[in-house]
Design a protein around this ligand. Structure first.
Ligand code: ADP
Length: 471
């Protein structure tokens, strides 16, 4: 009972604080303040709350201390006197601080004073009410007289004690208010100093464009979390810069690749313009060269467009279910038709149903076979095999050609990359075939691998998931 009363009393006291806090929070949410301002204001309110708590606890502490002293020095003696004098009292002048006292017998009948109108109680709420409204402290006890139990309530004048406690609270509040004058400038200065690096970061970030993409945030001297943020931002900028440079390199390499056929065409057109119009041999040579170069250019542009579409995520694979042997047999037939200079071996051990873009898969395998043809000397071997291995159908293209150096192995799938050997041998190609094959195979959640030894040959493997084996 007393507990629940105390609880509701506490809630009642805390209610205005909670209300103010809610109001402040909602105000903060609505208004756009700087973080430094928010930190300073939060600290300000925390400070005010602490000062209030200190004021309340010091005055309450003072009351408790004073009461303890009062009980030892006055109350105990008063009680002793009252009990000794009972039932006759010489009240006048004897009990200086007592406003009044009452005695009841065990049946709660009033014994002193006989015409009692005041009726005190030892209930906590009544005691607090008395303290607040009448500045009286009620002390209750019981005693025995001639084998009868009596209850004694004494009302003490607590005015001076309460006034002193109020003065203490007032002094604490005043010193707190003076403290604010020192506290506020220090806190706001510190918060602005703490937030300073963020402002700096914002300013620097605003200035970053493609022209100064290498600009980074200064991570020296900042706070720990901000340092981490700056570091993360710088790492992100590193990645963006790398990507941007790769893109730039790609554009410049692609332009370079286009420059050669255009220069050749321009050369032939100039030649025709000057003296080739009437020379049949020059005319024919020029037409053939221009035709070749335009085809070359068209091929290059189509490949570049394919890669650009893949970059933009707009590459669409038209997937269907088909037997892998259909495309492998077509490839075997076509290769045998166009290449009679190598020893070609085709062996497909297993057959499976796969769900894929038929033309694109065929294009990827063709790229590998075309490379094998390009980089393998005449009369050497080219072997294409197909078989099931674990969860994959593997298509292997092996050759006994020039091979690939170790340093080139990891780069041959990069766009426009061609190994030194193939460049120097002036074998055609733009270095886009393998990147396209990789895009196709990875786009089907497959794998593409390479093993190679310079002078001995290369082995490219494509691994594709299949639906069912058709053995
Ligand atoms: P390219 O159009 O130049 O063939 P690719 O992307 O298909 O472009 O190949 C990139 C490079 O990888 C080639 O220029 C070549 O140096 C190397 N390469 C690819 N396949 C083979 C192979 N079978 N034998 C030796 N080198 C190869």
């Amino acid at each position: 009972m007393i507990r629940s009363i105390l609880k509701s009393l506490r809630n009642l006291i805390l209610y205005p604080f909670k209300l103010i806090l809610k109001l402040i929070i909602s105000l903060f949410k609505r208004l756009k303040f700087s973080i430094a301002f928010k930190i300073s204001t939060s600290y300000f309110f925390i400070y005010v709350i602490i000062i209030m708590i200190v004021a309340v606890t010091t005055s309450a502490g003072y009351l408790v201390f004073e009461f303890d002293k009062f009980k030892k020095e006055t109350i105990n003696q008063d009680i002793e006197k009252i009990i000794n004098e009972f039932p006759n009292f010489y009240f006048e002048g004897n009990y200086l601080k007592i406003n009044a006292f009452e005695i009841y017998d065990s049946n709660l009948n009033s014994v002193y004073p006989l015409n009692n109108q005041k009726r005190f109680s030892d209930n906590v709420i009544v005691i607090i009410e008395e303290l607040i409204y009448n500045k009286e402290y009620i002390y209750s006890t019981s005693f025995n007289h001639e084998n009868n139990e009596y209850f004694l309530n004494i009302a003490y004048n607590a005015e001076s004690m309460i006034n002193e406690a109020a003065i203490i609270a007032f002094i604490v509040l005043i010193s707190g208010a003076i403290g604010i004058l020192i506290f506020v400038p220090i806190v706001s200065k510190t918060s602005y100093k703490m937030i300073g690096p963020i402002k700096n970061m914002t300013e620097i970030t605003k200035t970053i464009t493609v022209n100064n993409i290498n600009t980074r945030l200064n991570i020296k001297g900042t706070q720990d979390e901000l340092k981490e943020l700056s570091q993360t931002f710088n790492d992100m900028m590193d990645r963006i810069e790398d990507g941007y440079k790769t893109q730039q390199q790609f554009v410049s390499d692609a332009s370079h690749e286009l420059r050669t056929p255009i220069a050749v065409i321009k050369g032939y057109v100039n030649m025709l313009d000057r003296w080739g119009k009437n020379d049949k041999a020059i005319l024919e040579e020029s037409i053939t060269a221009i035709k070749n170069e335009t085809e070359n250019m068209q091929d290059l542009i189509e490949k570049l467009l394919f890669i650009a579409r893949s970059d933009k995520n707009i590459l669409i694979f038209t997937k269907e279910e088909f037997k892998i042997s259909t495309i492998l047999n077509e490839i075997e037939k076509e290769t045998k038709m166009i290449d009679s200079k190598h020893r070609l071996y085709f062996q497909f051990y297993d057959d499976v149903n796969i769900y894929a873009d038929k033309n694109r898969i065929k294009q990827a395998i063709r790229i590998l076979i075309d490379n094998a043809i390009k980089f393998t000397p005449i009369d050497e071997y080219i072997m294409v095999t197909g078989f099931i291995q674990d969860d994959y159908y593997v298509i292997k293209v092996e050759d006994t050609g020039i091979g690939i150096e170790k340093k080139d192995l990891e780069k041959i799938f990069d766009r426009l990359y061609r190994a030194e050997q193939s460049r120097s041998k002036e074998i055609g190609g733009h270095g886009l075939g393998l990147s396209i094959a990789k895009i196709i195979i990875l786009g089907h959640k497959g794998k593409i691998k390479v093993k190679s030894t310079v002078g001995k040959g290369s082995e490219f493997s494509v691994m594709l998931s299949y639906i069912e084996s058709l053995k």
